[in-house]
Design a protein around this ligand. Sequence first.
Ligand code: BGC
Length: 383
Amino acid sequence: MPDLRQRSINIILDNQASSGAYIASPNMANYAYCWFRDGTFIACAMDEVGEHDSAQRFYEWCVTVINARSDVVERALLKTACGEPLSADDYLHTRYTLDGRDGTDASWPNFQLDGLGTWLWGLREHLQATGRTTLPEAWARAVDLTVRYLTGLWQAPNYDCWEESNEYLHPHTLAAIYAGLRAAATLDETIALHASGVVADIRRFVLANGCRNGRLVKSFTAPQAKPNTQPPALYEHSELTMITNAIDASLVGVATPYGLLSPTDPIMQATLAQIETDLHRSGGGVYRYPGDTYYGGGEWVLLAAWLGWHYARNGEAERARELRHWVEAQADTDGNLPEQVSTYLLAPDRYDEWETSWGTVAKPLLWSQAMYLLLYETLKSTE
Ligand code: BGC
């Protein structure tokens, strides 16, 4: 059994490009890119284990990628304010080559907002972890661009963190934006003035539209936008035409780490109870959502670690330990963790089509290694 903590650190360091980007997975062509979402959790884990230089280089990469696209941000804001649809060149993409170029696959579901909220959240965590209080000018510019982008676009339906369902809004995504804007507001007074109202609006919006039967839902339909109306006018319940009642394990993020709901909030507790019932296989891992067919819908290592991380932060060490043990048992002899484990599939007949077109399940997935580190370190700090 390898020392999975150390192996995870090494795997992440070995797969960080000289640009600072973290590749999602070195063993799958479609994952040979860097995502803000994966990357920020990886950087956060590196900060947690004291590898601050690695995290810093990732944030520098983010700053470069965003600042190089200030024209895209301005265009997105202008078109959105005018009620015009955005085309593929009008928004920030979700994944980039390791040297910071847009991927060339135009069919990739690129319009996603959670990763950008997550990077703002992670950046503040990094500054706190390294005791820094001021932002270099280029970093401040990237933060400002991201804040304006998110405050302008947060109500636009976009792909969720699984890169699906772009006709909806998602409580997980909104929570990531909430956390990002809240973090950025602590860094700059002007941002605080600009973003604080939006932060409060997002929370109200999720509570008004993103809950059913006392818990959060995976996704919901956007209320009809009226041109030139201010946010509060968009929140009419009556305009809500459809809501999906499904559960999704990524909703853990609404509390940990995004903090839109406290872990003790009854809505959060009911959401977790549903995740436990519907998505956490007893003694096993965690599925993304009922009906998942990606690689047949396996148990996700990073989600098991994420749920464990939540429990570890909230005084439920026993549950956290059980999830950690399951994650550890999924590592191969070199300590590589996969994206998902295919032993107990939700849709076994849908596995082959993915393996045929994309190859075997991504391994190592750096995000899995990172979530393991976050769980491991948090549990250790409580012992
Ligand atoms: C997942 C994303 C992830 C990407 C890279 C996709 O299959 O749905 O959440 O960012 O892989 O790891």
